[in-house]
Design a protein around this ligand. Sequence first.
Ligand SMILES: Nc1ncnc2c1ncn2[C@@H]1O[C@H](COP(=O)(O)OP(=O)(O)O)[C@@H](O)[C@H]1O
Ligand SMILES: [Mg+2]
Length: 254
Amino acid sequence: MTDQPKFVIEHLSVTYEDGTEPLRDVSLTIYANEITVLFGPAGGGKSTLLRTLNRLNDLVDGVRFSGRVLLDGQDIYAPGVDVTALRRRVGMVFAVPVVLPMSIRQNLTYGLELAGVRDRARLNAAAKHSLERAALWDEVKDRLDDPAIALSGGQQQRLCLARVLALEPEVILLDEPTSGLDPISTAKVEESLQQLKRDYTIVIVPHSIQQAARIADRAAFILQGELIEHGPGAQLFTRPQDKRTEDYVTGRFG
Ligand SMILES: Nc1ncnc2c1ncn2[C@@H]1O[C@H](COP(=O)(O)OP(=O)(O)O)[C@@H](O)[C@H]1O
Ligand SMILES: [Mg+2]
């Protein structure tokens, strides 16, 4: 573990238009080059917290925020922040892989082309590099111009991860990325995350407590909008300090 703060979340509260408060007074530091796991029962606010980190919640009508979210010391909610640039720095992979209706290669180069990159060699190199990093290259290298939709679910999810990597983010957010995948694809995604944390900061909502325990360098237990407990994964899953965390990790509820 590096102890280099990447995100510092201070007293963050989120309120939706209907008055629900999916997060209340959450303070949490997310460290660089680690896997931080946000876990807890459904409806607790995990996805909301994740989406706060690249301002995807901004898209929800009537949402309100209080507190601060600092990325490398800069408040990402400050006036004048370039949200598009922020979302490139902080990429996101969702539960259901959404590949674009184009070839495997184009799925990877599309974002760069939108950003103005035209050099073919550079685009191809970015496609290859990101596929390697997402542990997909060997499976698709001979059919890069086939439609992405023809890939298996597990391959599509790794393609989505590769697409995020092609934009060279600093942080990767993943919201239950393996919930629809078989155990082998799940293991591949988990393996690639272990490699990727050397170069990136990773924040993930796992699809199970077992996955949380397998991959967490650090973990945060979130229950009904509150951060109950956080710390090194090894501690949280074996010696939780709070009774509610203990009940959850031992399977007494949730
Ligand atoms: N756009 C919205 N408007 C109102 N309530 C919402 C909205 N999105 C999510 N919620 C509510 O916020 C709470 C937290 O949701 P979420 O962050 O998705 O939890 P989790 O990912 O832990 O399951 C839930 O009660 C959910 O119903
Ligand atoms: Mg969720």
